[in-house]
Design a protein around this ligand. Structure first.
Ligand code: TRP
Length: 455
């Protein structure tokens, strides 16, 4: 059977761009980027992150899409196809397998955080933040983290939302959601940027994010930046490969992917420029507050500002929507693969994999309550899943994808899928994918892991 008919194709190039941007723009941009930038001292971290996006992220994103477009199947079967086309050993298919596992691992903690956002939509809309102090906001968030029942409820609701979209398929589910939600998201973000600019301390925020001082940056920080470049672009696990498989034939990969990468980066920076002015305007709140940054400092800020109830609600709706259009891409690679095995159809495949990720999410929720006397951040399963995926599995996946496309696929095939034979930019890209991206990923991983295990 023609695989393209099986999964469907994006209606046009822009649907692909919006869907891929929908996958890329998510909790990574709005929740994670501001707090890791805060933890790693701001400016220098942001600069390294931008470099990672440009020289590692975007080139590898093109490589990943290219494999998907060549194979036209789920990442596992696309990898199988391009591997046999290159006359190689099937071990390379492992990239696809690792991706399916990594996707479920990410989805497990991702849907828990998205659940926090849903909880905050309701809390904010109900006026729960009005006049709140920093301490009160802290204990509100702490209280939520202890409340396994409520966490499970929101986590489950988010899982069902994701399931519904993925089960509806590429055209009616993923594509539709992208076309409706992404424009909404851009508009809301622009509104919030203006709100932060007029109501917060914009100058301090700008300095914090763009004043490049290297003193505070460790190797570990560099690995965090690199890992985040993968995470934020949805790279290294097959999300983008799966989306590439549904790409129309005539779309130009290079230009399309640059658009996606730039949109994702702009959203992260704008999210920072919307959040930090508010953080800096609130006395007693540190930019390095960690995962709670968004869930503690923003309620305080919104709770004490004119129009905060509306804008606060809008903000958390934005977070939930961004998370939603990303989560669907976390399970799509596994769902596409299961549907290809014939024993499952799309709906049963989606239910099965959502269930696995949902159980992982319960692990995050319950492990948080295991210890009476836990350290401030004591979210162990959660943090381990985040660390293993962002800092190990995704960079490794990306490294192998770059090596495969750069060295093992036939050049003529690569060039024809990129539709750019002889173009000078094509030569530069191929050089980067062969030498620069793999070398950087390998170096950063070695240095920072050595650093970590040394003590
Ligand atoms: N990129 C999304 C974010 O920034 C999360 C995400 C979706 C993802 N699919 C992925 C991360 C695949 C890594 C790999 O929130």
């Amino acid at each position: 059977m023609d695989q393209r008919k099986m999964h469907g194709v994006w209606a046009n190039r822009w649907t692909f761009i919006l869907a891929a941007t929908g996958s890329a723009v998510g909790l990574g941009n709005i929740w994670k980027f501001p707090y890791i930038a805060g933890e790693n001292g701001g400016g220098a971290f942001v600069l390294v992150y931008l470099l990672c996006i440009a020289v590692v992220g975007i080139p590898i994103m093109m490589a990943e899409v290219l494999i998907g477009r060549r194979g036209r199947m789920s990442p596992i079967n696309s990898m199988r196809y391009v591997t046999s086309e290159a006359g190689l050993h099937g071990g390379w298919t492992g990239i696809g397998w690792m991706g399916v596992v990594a996707g479920l691992m990410i989805m497990a903690f991702y849907s828990v955080v998205a659940g926090w956002a849903l909880n905050y939509v309701v809390a904010s809309a109900g006026g729960g933040f009005s006049g709140i102090s920093g301490d009160e906001a802290g204990s509100l968030f702490g209280g939520l983290l202890q409340d396994t029942g409520r966490l499970t409820l929101w986590h489950s609701l988010f899982s069902v939302m994701t399931l519904a979209v993925v089960a509806a398929g590429v055209t009616k589910g993923l594509g539709m959601v992208a076309r409706v939600l992404m424009p909404f998201l851009f508009v809301v973000l622009a509104i919030l940027l203006v709100y932060g600019f007029t109501n917060g301390d914009f100058a301090s925020a700008f300095r914090f994010l763009f004043d490049f001082k290297f003193g505070k940056l460790s190797w570990d920080g560099v690995l965090v930046a690199l890992g985040h470049a993968f995470f934020t672009l949805s790279l290294g696990m097959g999300s983008i490969m799966a989306y590439g498989a549904y790409m129309p034939d005539h779309a130009n990969v290079g230009r399309t992917i640059v658009t996606v990468g730039v949109l994702d980066t702009v959203v992260a920076l704008v999210a920072g420029l919307a959040i930090f002015p508010i953080v800096f305007a609130s006395p007693g709140i540190e930019p390095s507050a960690g995962p709670g940054l968004m869930f503690v400092s923003l309620p305080v800020a919104f709770g004490n500002m004119a129009g905060g109830q509306i804008f606060g609600t809008l903000f958390f709706v934005l977070v939930a929507v961004a998370a939603w259009s990303s989560a669907v891409s976390l399970i799509e690679p596994g769902v596409a693969w299961l549907s290809e095995t014939k024993r499952f159809n799309r709906v049963t495949a989606t239910i099965a994999l959502t269930l696995v990720a949902w159980l992982g999410g319960l692990g995050c929720i319950w492990s948080n309550n295991w210890l009476e006397d836990k350290p401030a951040s004591g979210i162990y399963v959660f943090e381990s899943l985040d660390f293993l995926t962002s800092q190990i599995m995704l960079p490794l996946g990306g490294l192998f994808i770059a090596l495969f496309v750069g060295w093992l696929m036939r050049r003529a095939i690569v060039a024809s899928e990129m539709d750019a034979e002889g173009h000078p930019l094509f030569e530069i890209w191929l050089f980067v994918v062969r030498y620069i991206s793999p070398a950087l990923v390998a170096l950063v991983m070695i240095f920072s892991l050595a650093d970590k295990f040394k003590g």
